[in-house]
Design a protein around this ligand. Sequence first.
Ligand code: ZN
Length: 257
Amino acid sequence: MSPNVNWAPLDRELEHWAELRTVATFWWRDDDAVRYTPALNRLLTISAEFELPMALAVIPSRARAELAACLGSYHQVSVLQHGYAHRNHAPAGVKATEFDMHRPRHRIIDELVCGRERIGRLFPQQVLPILVPPWNRIDHSWLAELPRVGLTGLSTFRARERAEAVPGLRQVNCHVDLIDWRGARGFVGWAKALAEIVAHLQGRRSARLDANEPTGLLTHHLRHDVDCWRFLEAFLGRIREHPAVRWVDAREAMWAA
Ligand SMILES: [Zn+2]
């Protein structure tokens, strides 16, 4: 069973949405898929059992054919482009990025195109033209390039500033990350995870944030410890039947509102 979890703030917040007769939309993104592993199997099973759409950010240059074979039977799963190789090209002392300012720009664009073609071939039924930059990091100067190579959606982390990052490029981010990257790289904790979800919902409801941006849950199946899995199932179960909650797939999250 879950530890002593205080669900009250989340319950209360969703009550506010219900009282206002509004619907809190959610979406789910999981990063770093390359192979069919026991952890991925567990993730896919959860999304199937809860009947929830899930967007899997796949690393194009490393994705295996076995992943495509396995995903084909999960119709609730869409595939997003997770950069190209998930390799850090930032100089020492600078935050990790694949979109550095040191390599020739055309080489980075070529990688993007190559990655887009590769996942298009591997996942023709499930791929969406959405870029998830590794480490959720891409300098603004790159954004106008994305629609030119057919990428018309972008997903990073934290509440978006606007629905269209640049002309022709929609943006929908994630807002709660289950992994504590700066600490022990395990589960971030029940209190923090729930607080981040509630904070985003409150921001939307009060119009301090963009009310139309669905609240995004970010998972990394390869990194999940026992507590991550426990939280995931408890949280999804908790809000599953709530009348003020609706889960949307990545396509709807990105292009519907
Ligand atoms: Zn990643």
